[in-house]
Ligand binder design. Structure first.
Ligand SMILES: CC(C)(COP(=O)(O)OP(=O)(O)OC[C@H]1O[C@@H](n2cnc3c(N)ncnc32)[C@H](O)[C@@H]1OP(=O)(O)O)[C@@H](O)C(=O)NCCC(=O)NCCS
Length: 312
């Protein structure tokens, strides 16, 4: 993970410093900002100073709260807090933007940046909750892809009344699926050969490729009814390139393996291509060898196998 500070669109997301006390005290003391939060406005400056000192000392990526400072145009405009559970696989989220900086998309940008960092460390689930009347907060969570998981009625005693809480959750696979980043990261041609043993002799012994695996070594583990029919398949690789060699009798078409980072991204591609009217020969499912794979044919009958590790 890159070190803080990081740039996120129009914002800088960074650690808190002592220089933030005045701006932090000001926006947290706004009754509009504090309305659905656990603190009362105004916030005494001594309390804010103490909090900022704690934020500045906390360590990102260790269990407990870490508060990110959100800056726009050199000004502190808010904060995003993450509480990492002791198991380091779950986290809770909170966020605040100063009133004069709301309604500009800053919260969306800042929280998205923080979630990228959180999920990159292996966190599987992020939870959030808000007062059911806090529509700006609920809209933000909806926008980021959180699922609404429930309503706890009269659950929290807040500022003189029992209030309802909306519960939200976001899973790592939801986040991966929504990620605009590239899904397909490699293409492995599957060369159809007359004799896989002779081909291995050429690629391994003469060209110096390493043999990744041979189907015959794994046959007992992987062969199941109807899958596959190849009498011999092997994987060879050198530097950053891998080739598959498959011995197929009779007429055949070319095959390509398109490697995708996650099962959620395979699902996303499946949805995207189906919406565009592409005929998917075999929808994604976990194959006997453990890959999550879908298959489609191009107009010439060439087979595209699109696969990823299975969902965790
Ligand atoms: C919750 C909170 C952070 C949401 O802030 P926000 O400004 O509404 O959220 P964003 O920064 O993502 O801005 C989105 C809004 O800006 C608008 N917007 C304007 N310009 C935009 C741009 N360039 N890009 C994206 N959105 C833009 C969007 O249309 C959206 O408006 P809408 O909600 O009316 O549809 C804010 O209301 C807040 O700090 N509240 C007080 C603290 C609090 O209650 N925290 C949550 C506790 S659970």
């Amino acid at each position: 993970m890159t070190e803080l500070p990081v740039t996120a669109g129009r914002l800088v997301v960074r650690r808190f410093t002592a220089a933030d006390v005045a701006a932090f005290t000001a926006y947290r003391s706004d009754p509009h900002v504090a309305r659905y939060q656990g603190w009362a406005a105004p916030v005494p400056e001594a309390d804010a100073r103490q909090l900022v000192a704690e934020f500045a000392e906390a360590e990102e990526g260790v269990p407990g709260w870490f508060q990110y400072a959100v800056e726009a145009g050199g000004v502190l405009v808010g904060d995003v807090g993450v509480c990492l559970a002791d198991n380091r696989m779950q986290a809770d989220l909170g966020f605040t933007i100063a009133r004069e900086h709301q309604g500009r998309g800053y919260a969306t940008e800042a929280v998205r940046c923080v979630l990228d960092r959180v999920f990159a460390t292996g966190v599987r689930r992020v939870s959030a909750e808000c007062d059911a009347r806090n529509t700006a907060s609920a809209r933000l969570l909806d926008r980021l892809g959180f699922g609404r998981e429930g309503l706890r009625r009269r659950h929290t005693w807040l500022k003189g009344e029992w209030t309802d809480d909306l519960l939200f959750g976001l899973l790592a696979e939801d986040w991966d699926a929504a990620a605009p980043g590239p899904a397909i990261f490699a293409c492995r041609p599957n060369l159809l050969v007359a004799d896989v043993g002779a081909s291995l002799g050429f690629y391994a012994d003469e060209l110096g490729f390493a043999v990744g695996w041979r189907w015959s070594d794994r046959k007992a583990r992987f062969l199941t009814e109807g899958e596959p029919h190849e009498p011999g398949t092997a994987l060879v690789g050198r530097d950053h390139v891998q080739l598959m060699l498959t011995q197929v009798p009779g007429a055949h078409t070319t095959r390509l393996h398109l490697d995708v980072h996650s099962a959620a991204q395979v699902d996303r591609l499946f949805g995207e291509w189906r919406e565009r009217g592409v005929e998917i020969a075999e929808p994604p499912f976990v194959r006997p060898w453990g890959k999550y794979e879908m298959r489609l044919h191009d107009p010439d009958g060439n087979v595209l196998r699109v696969s990823s590790p299975p969902a965790s």
